[in-house]
Design a binder for this molecule. Sequence first.
Ligand code: UT7
Length: 335
Amino acid sequence: MKFGSRIISTGLGSPSLKYTNDDLSKIVETNDEWIRTRTGIRERRFIDFEKGETITDLCVRAAEQALERAQLKASDIDLVLTGTISAETFMPNNSARVIGRLGMKGIAGFDLSAACGGFLFALHTANAMIQSGAHKRVMIFGADVLSAALNMKDRTTCVLFGDGAGCAILERVENPDPLKDSMVLGSKIYTDFDATDALTINAGGSRAPTFRHDLHEKHSPYVQMSGQDVFKHAVKGMVHAATELLTELKIPITDVKWFVPHQANLRIIEMTAKYLNFPMDRVFVNIDRWANTSAGTIGIALSEMQEQNKLQKGDLVLIDVFGGGFNYGAALVRW
Ligand code: UT7
């Protein structure tokens, strides 16, 4: 292999509002005990929509932190990728807005739509782009503001999600040695079409545009979910992706230092770790403070781990995600 890529930095963008479970219980019929025991969530962060805060603000915060940690300038980046389903606008896309805000010139950026899988799909793409020789240093985001699509009267969904952005910078490694170098060792992504509509945002696209309110009874503009169906698919998909990846790489799970799963539900995380035979004390969990930030979860987790000095050079980090689509996958990174 001529080129590989390694993650050299991470950052996170946090929204300015915080809502505890008790705060939500004043808006919708729910309670702290139900949310905590069923999901592990204690609080979540939302953008301050009234004050004009946007997903671009979150991404810019995350990017600035990642650049500062890596001691790089925005002009050192040659491609921007965003995994998101909640860009400020369909056009311009989120990556274009970030490029504009960071004053980047002469480079490209595009978005990938893979719901909660967004960060991992962007990582997979960035790694392939760097391996191909087309790019040297890629900034990726997993970011979502699902509060924009939450029905705050629907307690089965509105308590589960939060807003947030995670960023990582990937850099070329020349003639990498997969047995010892810091690098992305591999990734696998999958899409199984969700024919049962278990997890959808049905309006807002071209089938039922936002201005066609007459269609919204049939095609909801909100996140809709059949929780138990998604739960089962999530555990199965994440176990499958991680197992296939480790088998292909011929690396036993006992060599993995950290398991960093998508943060949708603590019970999904625990069950996935159990099926993978991985001890919970080396599973990174922050769902209690962030809830499910959709594409945001993995980048935010890696950034917090970097902040807490949990990631040491040489550590094997297994990332595992599942989301609407269904899109799911896993990546193994040597830090
Ligand atoms: O990122 C990927 C996308 N999302 C996921 O992966 C989430 C996957 N699913 C889940 O995490 C879980 O299925 C949920 C947390 C969504 C739901 O947990 P559950 O244990 O499957 O609960 P349930 O849907 O079976 O609901 C149990 C009860 C119901 O009441 P009845 O019918 O038994 O009287 C619900 O109406 O809990 C009720 N309920 C609530 N009660 C208080 C549902 N939501 C709430 C709520 N507060 N927020």
